[in-house]
Design a protein around this ligand. Structure first.
Ligand code: 5CA
Ligand code: ZN
Length: 474
């Protein structure tokens, strides 16, 4: 067991800084800085999401950060859930504000306000928008870099409005499918579960979440989809005219992800040295390291530069590290720790043979490739690598899901850094008992239809109709 499993948050914090992704030393609790390399990674990840959303008819918007108190408090369940987490702006210069302004903790209230003004008739529906913004939550649980921040600076939140509940539920399934494609593209394994009623988003009738598992065995919620129904539209009086000329309240959803996705990429694709960035989002896909020898130094550098130009021309994200002051060995180490998926070594032998040596960050496999085939071979290797990284991540993930038949077994499974799969009779009391007696958290139940099985609920002994995922979580 290494640092990654034993002391994951420490490890993550160090790796984020060493790889020059994220600097978590900013002197406000729960707020960190995206460094240039990390910002590029973040941008590449967001762009995958943007493409998926744009392709499915979502449009990007940008709302004000501040929400007037009355607007935020308009839907009762919502504000009840968020009240303790809101940052307030109470002054402007020297004067007290008449109306206090909240730093948005989420945007259901401002979105519904705009929807009321934008939507007149059924012809305006469905409406699907999203934004990528900062939201602020005065988190009271311990803050962690990327994983639990107070300024969530990479919050992608989507909001949709529908004429019927059927259409809203169809959208619910579409949102889940978009997130599946998103996490699959990044090779992040997940379980999808329906949250139990007391664990839903404040103001939602149903919450489905995506959870992955960190190296220390704790679950991390990396995305959620909420069915809001007409709760907000009724509170805000957001109506539309139906085809028959009647007025009805719109049906709504919201769904979101955050920088937890970046933390997960690093956590699931890494070794003791640090991250192994998936080639499709890596800011640098290939680093070229010349290995100069006496006499042929100039020729090697020139050849490396030629390879750089060629790969650049072929639209690869490539970096040439030709600093003569640093040894190749030290460069290898440096770029490995920054997670660059591929390295091209160029030495006198490669020069002689008219090629270069390609090295994978994950398996360290080496391959000599002729110059004419280099760009093509890099692309092929990146595809293979992504597939194998994904398979490895899923294998490790599945090994951490383990059935547990009794409360004692739940304890053992979770202590061994795994998530327990527990048969459940369906009674909410039994679910509460499981949480109270084990001290662990129920992540949720699978989406599939309940079905009687031979397994027994560990609390009441009745037949189970579904299962619960139980573990530690962030
Ligand atoms: N309005 C809805 C949909 S965007 C919403 O706010 N849902 S949420 O509260 O579940 O947040 C969406 C996702 O943001 C969560 O699934 C989780 O992955 C992430 N998230 C929530 N709080 C934090 C936090 N403090 N730091 C980092 N990520 C967070
Ligand atoms: Zn039971």
């Amino acid at each position: 067991m290494g640092e990654r499993e034993e002391n994951f948050i420490e490890w993550l914090n160090n790796v984020l800084f060493t790889a020059q992704i994220y600097d978590y030393r900013y002197p406000v609790k729960g707020m960190g800085i995206w460094m240039p390399y990390g910002y590029k990674l973040r941008q590449n990840v967001i762009n995958i999401m943007r493409k998926l959303l744009d392709k499915t008819g979502h449009e990007e918007v940008l709302f004000p950060l501040l929400i007037p108190r009355t607007m935020l408090e308009r839907e009762a369940t919502h504000i009840k859930g968020f009240m303790g987490e809101v940052f307030w702006v109470t002054r402007g210069g020297k004067s007290r504000l008449d109306m206090e302004l909240a730093l948005r903790p989420t945007s259901e209230t401002s979105m519904t306000t705009a929807f009321r003004d934008w939507i007149q008739s059924w012809k305006d529906l469905p409406l699907k928008v999203y934004q990528v913004v900062s939201v602020f939550r005065y988190e009271t649980k311990s803050t962690r870099p990327l994983i639990r921040v107070r300024e969530i600076s990479t919050f992608k939140e989507a909001f949709t409005a529908h004429a019927t509940s059927e259409d809203a539920w169809r959208q619910f399934r579409e949102a889940i499918s978009i997130y599946k494609r998103f996490f699959n593209a990044l090779g992040i394994p997940y379980i999808i579960s329906s949250r139990l009623p007391w664990d839903r988003f404040a103001g939602a009738d149903e919450t489905v979440t995506f959870d992955t598992i960190m190296p220390d065995g704790r679950a991390l919620q990396i995305g959620s989809v909420h069915y809001l129904g007409q709760r907000f539209s009724k509170a805000f009086d957001a109506k539309f005219m139906t085809e028959k000329g009647k007025y009805e309240h719109i049906y709504q959803l919201s769904y979101g992800i955050s920088e937890r996705v970046i933390a997960s990429i690093i956590a699931v694709h890494s070794d003791e040295l640090g991250p192994i960035l998936p080639p499709n989002v890596a800011p640098i896909q290939v680093v070229i390291v010349p290995i100069p020898y006496k006499e042929v130094e100039e020729a090697v550098y020139k050849y490396a530069r030629r390879i750089y130009d060629e790969l650049k021309r072929r639209r690869l994200r490539v970096h040439l590290d030709d600093d003569p002051e640093e040894t190749p060995g030290s460069k290898f180490y440096k770029w490995e720790r920054r997670g660059v998926p591929l390295r091209v070594e160029v030495g006198p032998r490669d020069l002689e043979n008219g090629g270069a040596t390609l090295v994978r960050r994950d398996t360290r496999e080496r391959l000599f490739v002729k110059l004419e085939q280099l760009a093509e071979e890099i692309r092929r290797t990146m595809r293979v690598m992504l597939r194998e990284m994904k398979e490895r991540a899923w294998r490790e993930f599945k090994a951490r899901l383990k059935p547990a038949k009794s409360l004692e077994e739940i304890g053992e499974v979770v202590k061994n850094r795994m998530i327990a799969i527990v048969p459940w009779c369906g009674s909410e009391e039994c679910a509460h008992e499981i949480e109270d007696l084990t001290g662990y958290k129920i992540l949720g139940k699978p989406l599939r239809k309940p079905r009687k099985s031979r397994d027994k609920c560990p609390v009441c002994g009745r037949s189970s109709i579904t299962i619960l995922y139980v573990g530690r979580s962030y």
